[in-house]
Design a protein around this ligand. Structure first.
Ligand code: FAD
Length: 347
């Protein structure tokens, strides 16, 4: 990290705009470091207008290496450590990647593009995820990945923010007077000040499947529509709940799931385990991921105003470490060269 000690060490009065996963991690980290934090969120109901509840939420810095730059992996590994230190609901079971036999080359390529995988044979796969064994005779296993249920984690975070002494004002967009710093975590809401920010639509389906059992996220590689499933624990009846996701479409609307996307997501689930045929669909819907043109997360500083945005498909993975970076910056002037931008024109 580069160092710039022009900043004093605080404590500061800090206003956070937006209470999605990014804003809540900022609020918690800064409040726990002794700063006076107030969060303003435009929706009266927590998370009602946020992308965050739509996430998987896999913490998968290894698998993401297949399509993301190495900075995402480096920051993401730290992100998992920070979740581990905070959230008792985190599942540290790793993740599994499979491909149908006819698409074996996709699995080989995935292995070459990522680090940290063990190649499982059929016996090892049967021990790890028995439901996959009848249809797949090999898999990649990434032991140091994690996942969580985003709804439960967001509620936990909001409570922790309040317990840490931060004030949370819902139903207002008004930034309080007198803040030393404003940290803008409005996701797509910041397009008024960050015109290159775009939305990437992600559709997902949540199902209840009493006869299906998985302990960890599973990615199914496919030439046209790669799918993943994430186990979200049990509902009140004790049945297993899964998130099936996710499309990635260059559109900014969060409207209903299309028939084509639903067919693709559901048929891929059926390929993983035909017992999904009896699953009950709980919800279908779409969230819109905030992303910069290069899909990298950014911290943009501009005289007392700090944007934290563009977390794209890595908001749960990266929000803890983005908060740590902002806190270190405020306290010591340090900047991470691949994440910080000082000039608004270069975002
Ligand atoms: C289908 C899908 C699957 C995903 N899966 C994963 C995954 O597996 N792992 C992962 O790490 N990430 C995943 N993501 C990405 C992740 O969800 C996003 O990166 C993350 O939610 C972005 O969070 P955010 O807090 O920056 O934005 P948001 O969650 O959108 O929060 C922004 C908040 O700002 C508020 N706001 C807007 N304007 C104002 C204003 N003027 N004043 C005050 N408040 C305002 C909004 O109401 C909102 O609450 C997924 C996303 C989707 C859609």
């Amino acid at each position: 990290m580069a160092n710039n000690s022009n900043l004093m060490s605080g404590p500061y009065k800090i206003a956070i705009r937006g209470a999605g996963v990014t804003g809540l991690w900022q609020a918690l980290t800064l409040a726990r470091r002794g700063h006076h934090v107030i969060v303003v969120e435009q929706s009266a109901e927590p998370f009602a207008d946020a992308c965050s509840p739509w996430a998987g939420a896999m913490l998968a810095p290894r698998c993401e290496e297949e399509s993301a730059e190495s900075v995402i992996t480096d920051l993401g590994l730290r992100g998992i450590q920070l979740w581990q230190g905070l959230y008792p609901g985190l599942s540290m079971n790793g993740s599994v990647v499979v491909a149908p036999a006819r698409d074996r080359k996709l699995l080989d390529r995935f292995e070459r593009m990522t680090q940290g995988a063990s190649r499982l044979d059929s016996t090892q796969l049967e021990q790890l995820e028995p439901a996959l064994a009848p249809r797949f005779d090999t898999a990649l296993f990434y032991a140091d990945e994690a996942h969580l249920d985003p709804g439960a984690a967001l509620t936990f975070l909001l409570n922790e923010v309040r317990s840490a002494g931060a004030a949370v004002q819902l139903g207002t967009s008004e930034t309080p007077e007198g803040a030393d710093f404003i940290v803008d975590c409005r996701g797509l809401g910041a397009q008024d000040m960050l015109p290159t920010l775009r939305g990437v639509r992600g559709e997902r389906i949540v199902v209840r499947a009493p006869d299906v059992s998985f302990e960890r996220p599973v990615r199914l590689l496919h030439p046209r529509f790669p799918l993943y499933l994430v186990p979200w624990g049990q509902d009140e009846t004790g049945a297993n709940v899964f998130m099936l996701g996710a499309t990635s479409i260059e559109r900014e609307d969060g409207g209903p799931v299309t028939l084509r996307s639903a067919l693709e997501l559901l048929s891929a689930a059926y390929v993983l385990d035909p017992a999904f045929g009896e699953a009950e669909i709980l919800t279908l819907g779409a969230g819109v991921r905030p992303a910069f043109p290069d899909n990298r997360p950014r911290i943009i500083t501009s005289s007392g105003y700090i944007f934290v945005n563009g977390l794209y498909r890595h908001g749960f993975l990266l929000s803890p470490v983005m908060a740590e970076l902002v806190a270190q910056h405020l306290e010591t002037g340090a900047t991470h060269p691949e994440v910080f931008i000082a000039d608004l024109g270069k975002r």
